[in-house]
Design a protein around this ligand. Structure first.
Ligand SMILES: Cc1ncc(COP(=O)(O)O)c(C=O)c1O
Length: 349
């Protein structure tokens, strides 16, 4: 090379200071960071394979066991958002040709279906109109007909607001030699979930919803039955990055020395540790209650406006997220909605 002249000049945009607006986030995610979580994000990085970092990871594991209500040793955080945790589940549990039954009542079942097809599984969608949920009888029919190795259901389908009941579904799956996989990305910490008691074999969630943590990490846990399925694979999982055995080793979930797998998001893990610590401090039960109250208040105020709720059954609905689940924020949402409706030409209120 004759000269060292740059072919791409430094971008002007990066000479300007970073500018982020201060916003109250009342969407289905991400949510605002809790102050303690925000502070954790400002701490200095340390090596991802140091004893201090292993301690942070061990704390996170225990925090996940608490919020999932599980004793599973294979419990860890994934370096990636909720969809990444879904891929960890499916890449490890499914092999080409496996029968896979998918509750498709909104966006997240579609995602599971797509991944299952790419793996080469025989995917059987249980298609339902958005707003619906699955009864035990419907699931039993699907299990008897398709003899799947895995059933996927979304606990809170954030694209419609439906909350899927979970009691009895795990036990039903096990009677049909099927594993039970649940997406709790939008529900964890906001609605009760008992992984072990409900017979859930793989449960995953995201960091950026009720946990008020930055997006980019996710939580996952595998039951012993799920581990046995992974151990009995005839083929290696397609993804090395998502290979459960490597991840479990790196997270200290087996009895071997931890080996390098990838460089984790050290700062993201500090934040996750702190958000789980906040959940431990406030207690899951009080978090569930706060969300129940905010949700009931929101539904009441929407109905006062003359609006009809999309989900008909009153117990099957979800509400606002984490530290933002307050009456004051519900009032703000209602005022903003009224204002928006005033500008809506087809407003019938
Ligand atoms: C119920 C549910 N599942 C999965 C996801 C996907 O999570 P992520 O966007 O963190 O990948 C979301 C995101 O909003 C969700 O609400």
């Amino acid at each position: 090379m004759a000269s060292h002249r740059l072919l791409v000049p430094p971008p002007e945009a990066l000479r300007r200071p970073l500018s982020i607006p201060d916003r109250l986030l009342l969407t289905p995610g991400p949510s605002n960071l809790a102050p303690r979580v925000l502070e954790a994000g400002g701490l200095q990085a340390i090596g991802h394979m140091t004893k201090e970092m292993y301690q942070v990871m061990d704390d996170i594991k225990q925090g996940i066991q608490y919020v999932f209500q599980t004793h599973n040793p294979i419990t860890l955080a994934v370096s990636g958002s909720g969809n990444c945790a879904l891929e960890v589940a499916l890449f490890n549990l499914l092999e080409p040709g496996d029968s896979f039954l998918v509750g498709t009542n909104g966006m997240w079942g579609q995602q599971a279906l797509e991944i299952g097809e790419r793996i080469g599984a025989r995917v059987h969608p249980m298609i339902k109109e958005p707003g619906g949920h699955y009864t035990l009888q419907e699931v039993e029919e699907g299990l008897a007909r398709h003899k799947p190795v895995l059933l996927f259901l979304t606990h809170s389908e954030s694209s419609t607001g439906v909350m899927q009941p979970l009691d009895g579904y795990g036990q039903l799956c096990h009677r049909h030699q099927c594993l039970f996989l649940v997406d709790s990305v939008a529900s964890l910490g906001g609605v009760p979930i008992y992984m072990d008691q409900q017979g859930i074999d793989v449960l995953y969630s995201g960091s950026q919803k009720v946990l008020n943590c930055p997006p980019g990490t996710s939580l996952i846990s595998f039951s012993n039955k799920a581990k046995q399925k992974v151990d009995a694979r005839r083929t290696k999982p397609f993804s090395v990055f998502m290979d459960l055995k490597c991840l479990a080793n790196f997270w200290g979930c087996d009895d071997k020395p931890r080996a390098y797998h990838h460089t984790t998001s050290v700062i993201g893990l500090y934040s996750l540790r702190e958000s789980l610590a906040l959940m431990v401090e406030q207690g899951l039960e009080s978090s569930w209650q706060r969300h129940r109250e905010a949700s009931a208040y929101l539904h009441g105020r929407l109905q006062e406006l003359g609006l009809q709720l999309f989900v008909r059954d009153p117990v099957l609905r979800i509400g606002l997220l984490g530290c933002n689940a307050t009456r004051k924020n519900v009032d703000l949402v209602i005022e903003a909605l009224k204002e928006a409706l005033r500008h809506c030409p087809r407003n019938k209120l």
